[in-house]
Write a protein that binds this ligand. Structure first.
Ligand SMILES: Cc1ncc(COP(=O)(O)O)c(C=O)c1O
Length: 309
């Protein structure tokens, strides 16, 4: 007799839901037939009744079984009488996909913020509402309503925006760029996705700051990269750590957030930047620089982007 595996990482209720689903599929419980009561199945499998309730709830949610007062729980009977009506089981798709679910503490942060909007979210860096230039957005839109094509655009992004960014990067970050060297993405998270999927392979070694941005970590893990830490002190990472890591693991790429690093808030020291560039140029290792915060400086301006050096 089948029993749930208590050593498995999979929750008991999921194991039981899959077990019952298997038996339905095999025809052991044909459409319309009655399933064992929650209490009976719990006794058979030596689990709490609430665990079986949760398993049945999952099967009800995918439309495989239904419960009614007085009759108990039965397999859905469809009008053809052969196959149970069957919604796709998204959990199976999700588990076989490459992306890891959000870690529990990220879920917890989101949940708490949803419950109490006065909490400040330090997990991701965002402007306070009163700092958004809403008035200017409205004004610009009002004065220059866009009348162009709103369908598919150039895959690299809207040309006028890229041209504007060339000037912006030069003026605010001292970075020389051309419109054709810019790719517009949906946030830096998508650019990290493209970099990991298109330029790296599972098993490649990458170095990232420790601690680092909590939303980029799962992305690297999902891509199957081997992740090696560069500890962050009050002056940023130590350039010599790159050398040590490279000797041991052949680092393929380095991810840095040099200005107001998330989550430490530190600024990578200028002489360390020079040293890092020297080392990575010597070894031919690319640096991916994530710089969302330079322009949010309160007082003095932070050092320019590593890219500008
Ligand atoms: C280090 C870091 N990179 C990037 C981002 C922004 O990511 P995205 O542009 O995907 O929203 C944040 C936001 O908090 C961040 O802290």
């Amino acid at each position: 007799m089948w029993k749930p595996d208590r050593q498995s990482k999979k929750p008991l209720y999921q194991q039981i839901a899959e077990y019952v689903e298997r038996r339905i599929r095999l025809g052991e419980y044909p459409p319309g037939s009655k399933l064992p009561s929650e209490r009976k199945l719990a006794d058979e499998l030596h689990v709490n009744r609430s665990t079986v309730m949760q398993a049945y709830e999952e099967l009800r949610a995918v439309g495989l079984i239904e419960s009614s007062v007085g009759f108990g729980t039965k397999v859905i009977g469809d009008k053809w009488g052969y196959q149970p009506r069957h919604a796709p089981n998204w959990r199976i798709y999700e588990e076989s996909g490459p992306f890891l679910p959000n870690v529990p503490f990220i879920r917890r942060v989101r949940e708490e913020i949803r419950k109490n909007p006065t909490i400040i979210d330090f997990a991701s860096g965002e402007l306070s509402n009163d700092l958004f230039p809403n008035y200017f957005f409205k004004k610009v839109w009002h004065e220059n309503p866009y009348e162009g094509h709103l369908g598919y655009d150039d895959p690299q992004g809207f040309m006028e925006l890229r041209e504007t960014l060339v000037d912006f990067l030069q003026k605010h970050h001292r970075i020389h760029a051309t419109a054709s060297s810019i790719l517009i993405t949906s946030g830096s998270q998508q650019s990290l996705f493209l970099i990991t999927q298109c330029l790296l392979s599972p098993g490649d070694a990458v170095a990232i700051e420790d601690p680092s941005y909590c939303y980029s970590l799962p992305m690297f893990q999902s891509a199957g990269l081997r992740i090696f830490p560069l500890p962050v002190s009050s002056s940023g990472i130590n350039p010599d750590d790159i050398l040590t890591l490279h000797r041991q693991h052949r680092i393929k790429m380095i991810f840095l957030n040099p200005n107001y690093q998330n989550p430490t808030g530190t600024v990578l020291e200028t002489n360390r930047r020079d040293k890092i560039l020297e080392i990575t140029a010597e070894l031919g290792i690319p640096i991916v620089e994530d710089d969302p915060f330079s322009l949010t400086a309160f007082k003095e301006s932070p050092p320019g982007a590593v890219k500008s050096l």
